[in-house]
Design a protein around this ligand. Structure first.
Ligand code: ATP
Ligand code: MG
Ligand code: FE
Length: 343
């Protein structure tokens, strides 16, 4: 079955075609970064309107690239939440309309399940049970995955998400929006040990995170510094080390306490080179495997939604034709997919 994936939860329009027995056929992404840059953050109404403009041209692009006709589409998957309600509604309405006109089933996908399953699209995919570290712009969670669709959140951030901390820290040091990737590139030019920031919450039991205090520490250090180019890189380096250390320590703890043999990392911060290297090292030392998506599938994309939706459609899950989205949606309440393997 060929499944269309539609991602419109925030400021990226992602489209993809996934065939259950052949894998990913095509994918296309349009980022609205330039549209929102002058406001320094995502403007929800502008995001929705831009998704409306890009949705069908991107689908057509994918169909052309894969040499697939509309008649060959067997199902449609779309992000139903969590995310910006207007942006989600554009994807949901488009997906439902497409499915209805073709007479095929449609299924709403949880955006974080999409992120979590993205590493399963790579070669030699991990099989459940495993532990997942979800680190994105809106979430920082450690999730115990008993089976696909059966998720237990072990811990999460009490305030800022890891990606949000990267973005806000970049902004307060005057880096352009969106700051996360820029800050992480700058960190590579920073000198080790010039600044030292705390590793929040590591001395407390459990798996929760807190990153907002770290941002305040950076603000103070930046304000009291000479605010030169090298200083900015030095602070970026120390900040990134603090975040990466904290995430690594909590992952090691989760792997120890659950006895899991595999750690899956997903979400935009999963593209961070330092984090990837540190977790690889930790896994090597302790004897567990680490799986990441390719960097372009760490951040939002349509491929992960097509893939997660293909699994759910193959298990017979689809919904009525009502257009529904869930801007807030707890992963632990998803329907399990017993016995489902990679499609
Ligand atoms: P959510 O998935 O929680 O709804 P989102 O979809 O906005 O949030 P993603 O698209 O998964 O988040 O990831 C975007 C985030 O990842 C941004 O905060 C961005 O700064 C961060 N990010 C991307 N690349 C890097 C990197 N190399 N290093 C650190 N952070 C990064
Ligand atoms: Mg985004
Ligand atoms: Fe995301």
């Amino acid at each position: 079955m060929i499944v269309v994936g539609i991602e419109t939860s925030c400021d990226e329009t992602g489209l993809a075609l996934y065939q259950t027995d052949r894998g990913l056929l095509a994918h296309a992404l349009y980022s609205q970064v330039d549209l929102h840059a002058e406001y320094g953050g995502v403007v929800p109404e502008l995001a929705s309107r831009d998704h409306v403009r890009k949705l069908w041209p991107l689908l057509q692009h994918c169909l052309d690239e894969a040499g697939v006709s509309r008649a060959q589409i067997g199902g449609v998957a779309y992000t139903a939440g969590p995310g910006l309600v207007g942006a989600l509604l554009v994807g949901a309405a488009g997906a439902r309309g497409l499915a209805w006109s073709l007479g095929v089933p449609a299924v709403g996908v949880h955006h974080m399940e999409g992120h979590l399953l993205a590493p399963l699209m790579e070669d030699d995919p991990p099989a459940a049970p495993f532990v997942a570290l979800l680190v994105s712009g809106g979430h920082t969670q450690l999730v115990e995955v008993e089976a696909i669709g059966r998720y237990q959140v072990l811990g999460e951030t009490l305030d800022d998400a890891a990606g949000e901390a990267f973005d806000k820290t970049a902004k307060l040091m005057g880096l352009p929006y969106p700051g996360g990737p820029v800050l992480s590139r700058l960190a590579e030019q920073g000198r080790n040990g010039m600044f030292k920031f705390a590793r929040p919450m590591i001395d407390r039991p459990g798996f929760d995170f807190s990153f907002s205090g770290l941002k305040t520490q950076v603000l103070l250090a930046w304000q009291q510094s000479d605010q030169g180019e090298q200083t900015r890189a030095d602070i970026a380096c120390a900040f990134q080390q603090a975040v990466v250390d904290t995430l690594t320590i909590k992952c090691e703890r989760a792997m120890r306490e659950t006895g899991a043999r595999c750690l899956v990392v997903a979400g935009g911060v999963g593209a961070n080179r330092d984090l990837r290297a540190r977790l690889q090292q930790a896994g090597l030392a302790a004897g567990w495997r680490v799986c990441f998506p390719r960097p372009e599938f760490c951040t939002d994309n349509g491929a992960m939604i097509a893939f997660a939706g293909a699994l759910r459609l193959a298990a017979g899950q689809a919904e009525s034709s009502a257009i529904q989205v869930q801007p807030r949606w707890d992963m632990a309440r998803l329907a399990p997919l017993e016995g489902a393997g990679a499609p």
